[in-house]
Design a protein around this ligand. Sequence first.
Ligand code: ADP
Length: 761
Amino acid sequence: MNYLSDEISRLRAVLNETNIQILALLRTNSLNPREIARLLQKDESQISRSLRTLERFGLVEGRWMRIGGKNIKVYSLKFEELRISFDAKGLRIAIGRNVLSYTPTFFESRAPEVKTFVGRKKEIEMLSGPQPVVVVYGIAGIGKSTLVARVFKDAFWYSITEEDTIEYVTWQLALYLSFLGFSEMLEYLRGGGKDIAVINRLALKGINETNAIAVFDDIHKCQDEDIETFIRFLSSHIEKGKLILISREKPRISYDDRVLVIHLKGLDSREAYELLKLKIPEITPEEFSYLYQMTFGHPLMLILVSENPRFSGENLFEYFFREVYETLSEDEKLILQVLSLFDEPVDLNVLKKLFAHNPFPVLYSLMKKGLVERFGSGYSLHDLLRGFVEEVRTISEREYYRGYIEYLLEKNTAKSFLTAFKYAVRLEDENLIKDMTELRIRKLWRVALDFPASYMKLLDRIKHSPYSKKEIARIYFNRGFFEKALKLWLEVKDIIRDDFHRFDVLMMLVDVYCELGNTDKAVECFAHLERIFSRHPDDPYMKLGYYIELTKIHTFRRERREALESAFKELEALRAYPHIYPELEALVLYHIGYLYVEMGNLKKALKYYREGLKVSKAYSLPFMENLGYIQLGIANYSLKNYKAAADYSRKAAEYFLKVKNYRRAIDALFRMTVSLIGLGEFAEAENAAHEMIKLAQSTNYPLGWSAYILLGILRELQGKEGRRYLEMGLKKVGGNEYISAGLKEELSVIFDEETIQKWFP
Ligand code: ADP
């Protein structure tokens, strides 16, 4: 028994916030530490440390995989030793008869801490009522957040800032819903899904299915249309669970009987007395009634005046400035000023870094005076006071922003990069922007993939800067706006003097010219790029970039042997690169496989496809893994291994359908249908073809229409009438030479020339 309680207290100590989040993520998937770090937006080395601790405790187990000469570990939950389970309330761990329960929370999406709380009985009752949507509005400091946090301390909590975009809010909500057992939304985002309409529907489905309670605080600050639409959509459709909207102004949503509105006013005299009595135990009735009249029961004001009851009744600012601010110690003033520089709660570790000594005692005293609030490990100034402190601020922001930026960049996550970049943009320091965009390109490429809209918003504020322009161009390029991207890159090409950034522009120019089919121009840019590389032969980025572009040019010119040779060099440079880049590694391996297919060496192709697949699995990259299944489907089909081809493509189809990437799903379903025809499994083939038709109708993706032809063929093969489908398919695909020629070629793997001729008159 003693041993057991020992064990439990040790376990309790181990299960800090990050570790619980990790366990919750591992619930549905085996994951690599790097992917966990990406999902939680936390430092990878911190995640690895946590995983080792959890492994020692027998909560998770790691499995080694060997990839390209490196040992990679993939972790999964280990259920035997302890009984781990999840339900609507969160995580439960049982040892013997003892059960530990946890609700996962997030630093960024957390309710403010509520220490003392008085009154508000009626409002508390209302909040717990049956309406699925509750709006709480009222002036600053009146107690809105405190009230909601008091009732729903474990809710999903997101405080919106002026800078927010839909990306981060939905990322956080998706994580939360996945912890409650609904993983569809997180899988969609992980797979690169960006369609707002899909995200809205998934969030709604997730909240309804898990009965989640979601709080959006400070809605009045929202300056992003997508977030507004998202909130409006949720509020008019949510049925189960609860949506709570906190704002200074009544939010613009549609109001019906599903929406409960609480207009929060000051505390009544009994409640106010209770609050003041806690602060000033010896308060007399006369003093109380004076202070109550002065503050109208505004709780934040009550707390402030209790610090200095000689309140003489000027306006709040004068009072705060003279009576409270002036009585603070120099350290307290400094911390308030520093906090007023930042929009988000600032972590204690940052404050420790910014001040030579431990700031905690000062923060504690400020908290007691009601001037500072705590959110998890972060501290922030109440919004109402921020404006006042900004007016008396004497410190210069430069040094504090720089210190904060340094701290954030060490964390090495896309999110912390974006926060750091926000302050760099405010400093308008061209050199800093240059260095940070270089860091983004060399190391933090996920920023532009996971949070392009957030990054774009910041870049847009300094769009005159050439370094910003080239990053904007890259986001355009990723979205397929090639001409727009080209224009920007050409604009900055001769302005930028720095070799690294020039090299990067040239790389992107090669890419965009290849995409636009202008190989001559691509070759011309490549020659410039080669010259820069020759000056920096040991720069790992330039080496990698050089071979990436060389492979691309050879591939576009259909010079397969040269392309292959360069692709192997690319792989080598990639594996020697100081930061692991498994997404690209898998892609290069698939490309090598593809080149072997083109050269007719299918055995070799299979080998590299499998290797790419292994990389994707080791690093928990489901999107890349399923791209691999599509390739393996193609190669096996050509080898007439129809069973394997059907199985691989079925897997890919299921995944891409799940993450709603319908183009890829059609690719996979196409391969699945023809493979099943090869196998003689006509019934399943028909189902797959029908699925394709459904997707073609919603996406109009040309390959999808070939499903009618496949369906016609399938019916003919079974002695049924198939002409009608064949004709319909030929009509739909008709104009597209590329598709009909490709289709005939694919079918020639299974059927002879004459048979095919019958179907394509
Ligand atoms: P709002 O969200 O309306 O801006 P807050 O909830 O942040 O206001 O409240 C402002 C301050 O007043 C906080 O420091 C909080 O601790 C205090 N406060 C608000 N309501 C109460 C209450 N019912 N009991 C005790 N303190 C309260």
